[in-house]
Design a protein around this ligand. Structure first.
Ligand SMILES: [Zn+2]
Length: 248
C-alpha cells in the first residue's frame, strides 16, 4: 500500500463506525465489544487452582492446587486468566495481535485487574512476556507489552518493558507436547543487565495474552527468581483448558 492509500484508509477508518472485533457489529465507541460478543466469552471465576488459576468444577476451599501443579509446581507463584481460550476469545486475541486492534488494550487491562483479585501493589513491576526481536520485527509490536502498559496505567504499578529479553528465537509452540514446550523455552530468557538491580527483591507480574501449558511464563519466572525476584505472578487474557472443560 502506498503512503497515500494508507492515509486514505486511515481516514476511512476514522469516519466509519468502530466495529466489534468479535461480531463485526457497529459500536458506539471504539475499544469495546457488542452485547452479543460479551455473551460468547467465558469469564473465569472462583473456584480456581490457587497456583495456575485453572478453574475447578467444585469448591475445594482456599489455597488448593490442581493435580498438575502438585505433580509439577510451576515456577510462578500464581497465574490468573480473565477468560477461557475458546473460539470467541481466540478471535478477539487474533484481532488484537495481528489486526492492530490496540484500542482494546484498556478494556483488556480491566479484565486482567479483575482476574488479579488485588494481587497488584503500587510497587509491583509489570513486565510483558518478551518476544524475540525477529518476531517483534515481523509483528511490529509486542501485544503483551501493550497489555502490560495498559495494566500499569490502570493500576499505578510500574511498566517494565525491558526487564526480560528473549535471548534465543524459539520455534512456535503450537504443535509441541507439554514436555516439548518446556524444553523449547528452557534457557530462552534473561534478565537485562540494566534491570538486574530493580529485579532483586521485587514483586514482578508477568503479562501475556494466552496461557497454554504455562511453560513460557514458568521459564520467565524461573529466570526472574534466579535474578533475585521475591515473587512472580502471571496475568493472562485467556487460558487453554485441558479437553475444553474445567480441570480437576
Ligand atoms: Zn494448577
Amino acid at each position: 500500500m502506498s503512503l497515500l492509500q494508507r492515509a486514505a484508509s486511515r481516514l476511512l477508518d476514522a469516519l466509519a463506525p468502530p466495529l466489534c472485533p468479535v461480531t463485526n457489529e457497529p459500536l458506539a465507541a471504539p475499544g469495546f465489544l457488542s452485547a452479543a460478543a460479551w455473551a460468547t466469552l467465558q469469564f473465569i471465576d472462583d473456584p480456581v487452582c490457587d497456583r495456575c488459576g485453572a478453574p475447578f468444577a467444585h469448591e475445594f476451599g482456599d489455597g488448593v492446587s490442581c493435580a498438575r501443579c502438585i505433580a509439577e509446581p510451576p515456577d510462578f507463584d500464581s497465574a490468573r486468566a480473565a477468560v477461557v481460550y475458546d473460539d470467541a476469545s481466540h478471535g478477539l486475541i487474533v484481532s488484537f495481535k495481528h489486526a492492530d486492534r490496540t484500542e482494546l488494550a484498556p478494556m483488556f487491562a480491566g479484565w486482567l485487574l479483575r482476574a488479579s483479585r488485588g494481587l497488584l501493589r503500587s510497587g509491583s513491576l509489570i513486565a510483558p512476556a518478551p518476544l524475540h526481536r525477529q518476531r517483534l520485527f515481523a509483528r511490529r509490536y509486542n501485544q503483551a507489552a501493550i497489555l502490560a502498559d495498559a495494566v500499569a496505567r490502570a493500576s499505578g504499578a510500574a511498566f517494565e518493558p525491558m526487564l526480560l529479553e528473549r535471548t534465543r528465537a524459539t520455534p512456535p509452540q503450537q504443535r509441541l507436547s507439554p514436555e516439548g514446550r518446556r524444553r523449547n523455552v528452557a534457557g530462552a530468557f534473561a534478565v537485562r543487565e540494566s534491570a538486574a538491580a530493580r529485579v532483586k527483591g521485587a514483586h514482578v507480574v508477568l503479562i501475556d495474552d494466552v496461557l497454554t501449558t504455562g511453560a513460557t511464563l514458568s521459564a520467565c519466572a524461573r529466570t526472574l527468581k534466579k535474578a533475585g525476584a521475591a515473587r512472580v505472578d502471571a496475568l493472562v487474557l485467556a487460558r487453554v483448558l485441558k479437553g475444553g472443560t474445567a480441570l480437576a
